[in-house]
Design a protein around this ligand. Structure first.
Ligand code: SAM
Length: 485
């Protein structure tokens, strides 16, 4: 029997089954322990410090107690604190992105994914570089600046050289005033050498979902192919960091295993990265299992209700306050609305989950043949942008942090310094004004400019305010773009 060790580089020692089981027992035993719950809520609350805020966060054990708690007033309090943290560190900005599916060739046997090798009727497709260009132009014409590229695992059809070529192509396309300024990558676990190549290609975040932290279930759910190797998959983020990528994104696919187990595992993974590399995950995604080609979510026993899903999001927000949280179009407008208030900082919009799903289709037309899963939120990017603004958020197309070298733990320093309103906030407004000028419908544009006028007043530093105003005037009057602090 191995011992639990967050500093270990061995999967089974930092995601330790015994520790998770003890955590769940501890959480169950304390779920009505009001005194402890109050202490934890107090610990999680953001504290004013100097000009900014700091937040202590919670350990996996502490956060698991809150997740287990069923006392309605305490749950309401969790949501309130999650909202406070969200506002203290992320303000009302929401970053937008879109997935770009490059290839659905895959040699794995994942039981929940329609791209699995045994699916012989799904058409297999891999974009040529010319098709990548066309997809990128379509995405730029929607207004996107930030993409997450997606591909199945197939060393013959999608080798790392192919992925690198695609990244190069994506960054090279400049259509009208458009460009893609950050490419995040969601591809299968790979070697340190390949992670180094991705880093050199200028990627933003490397994202890899664990799917499930429960080893036995993992082995059953990934019966064949390279992804069957639990340790290789679970240790991927350490290799990515060794390869120089310091922004990594975690996630589990909720619905595969018991959510309390996954939640504890996810936070242990975050603690492990912090303990070993001195920096936690840049983002956490919260995908839920969806219907897809030959996949029926009802065949899996661990689906969670919207209420539980929201509680998970709030508890993650309390536990890792400086980590960005991502919700995709797997979720409906209604679920996304609440999730945004209680912790989410990035959303996808106008997404297509098929290979070649953007170019040649109009906003309402949606190819299904190579789709990875059903999309619940089928609105266009313009509709999503407008909806965000109508709900008090600032849609942001900002990619400044990583381009200014603010990766790894530097976002945390920015939060603590209290400079967010002099940096991220004006960046969000400037990138929004680019969007309004170049891509928005007249109605969205009108709402957007009203919002910008109001939000400009919140920039504390007069000089920063004036520069932001000047830059936005330049955006309106010319083709000058890409201003940033
Ligand atoms: N192939 C890469 C890998 O193995 O990690 C990653 C790319 S895959 C296109 C992206 C993610 O989609 C997977 O990690 C999985 O969590 C998610 N996914 C697969 N099937 C899904 C389904 N039926 N519903 C929702 N999400 C799904």
């Amino acid at each position: 029997m191995t011992a639990y060790d967050p500093r270990s580089l061995k999967a089974e020692e930092f995601i330790h089954d015994g520790e998770i089981r003890e955590t769940l027992a501890y959480a169950e035993a304390n779920k009505n322990n009001v005194e402890l719950i109050d202490q934890l809520l107090e610990k999680a609350r953001p504290k004013k410090s100097g000009k900014g805020y700091t937040c202590a966060g919670l350990t996996h054990r502490e956060a698991s107690v809150l997740l287990a708690c069923e006392i309605p007033e305490k749950i309401e309090e969790m949501y309130r604190i999650a909202e406070e943290i969200k506002l203290a560190f992320y303000g009302n900005r929401i970053v937008l992105f879109a997935p770009l599916y490059l290839s659905n060739y895959c040699v794995n046997g994942c039981l929940y994914c329609p791209y699995h090798l045994k699916n012989k009727h799904i058409p297999r497709k891999k974009l040529t570089q010319e098709e990548v260009r066309e997809e990128v132009i379509a995405l730029q014409d929607m207004g996107h600046k930030r993409l997450a590229i997606e591909a199945g695992e197939d060393p013959v059809n999608n080798p790392i050289e192919y992925i690198l070529d695609c990244i190069h192509t994506i960054y090279s396309v400049h259509h009208k005033n458009g460009d893609i300024r950050r490419v995040n990558v969601n591809i299968a676990a790979t070697t340190v050498e390949n992670y180094r190549k991705l880093k050199e290609a200028g990627i933003g975040t490397y994202i890899l979902f664990q799917e499930t932290y429960h080893k036995d279930s993992y082995l059953t759910l990934h019966p064949t192919g390279p992804k069957h190797d639990y340790a290789y998959h679970t240790e991927a983020m350490d290799r990515a960091m060794e390869g120089g990528i310091d922004d990594v994104g975690l996630g589990v696919l909720f619905g595969l295993e018991l959510y309390k187990y996954e939640f504890a595992g996810l936070l242990m993974h975050a603690e492990h990265l912090e303990a070993v590399h001195g920096v936690g995950p840049h983002t956490i995604s919260v995908p839920r299992l969806k219907r897809a080609d030959d996949i029926d979510p009802d065949d899996f026993d661990n689906g969670i209700s919207d209420e539980i899903f929201e509680k998970i999001i709030a508890c993650i927000r309390l536990a890792v306050p400086y980590t960005g949280m991502i919700i995709s179009t797997r979720e409906s407008e209604k679920v996304r609305s609440k999730a945004l208030r209680i912790g989410i900082s990035q959303v996808s919009g106008g997404s297509r989950t098929s290979v070649g799903g953007y170019a040649g289709y109009d906003e309402k037309e949606r190819p299904h043949d190579t789709e990875q899963f059903d999309v619940s939120d089928q609105r266009s990017l313009d509709e999503v942008v407008r909806w965000l603004m109508e709900n008090g958020h600032i849609p942001s197309f900002c990619t400044a942090c990583y381009r200014e070298g603010r990766t790894g733990d530097r976002f945390m320093s920015l939060c603590k310094s209290g400079q967010i309103l002099n940096c991220c906030h004006p960046n969000a407004l400037m990138t929004l004004s680019e969007y309004l000028e170049d891509y928005a419908s007249p109605e969205t544009r009108e709402i957007g400019y009203r919002l910008i006028e109001k939000e400009l007043k919140r920039i504390p530093n007069e000089k920063v305010h004036d520069i932001a105003v000047q830059n936005m005037e330049a955006i309106r009057a010319s083709n000058r773009r890409d201003f940033r602090f």
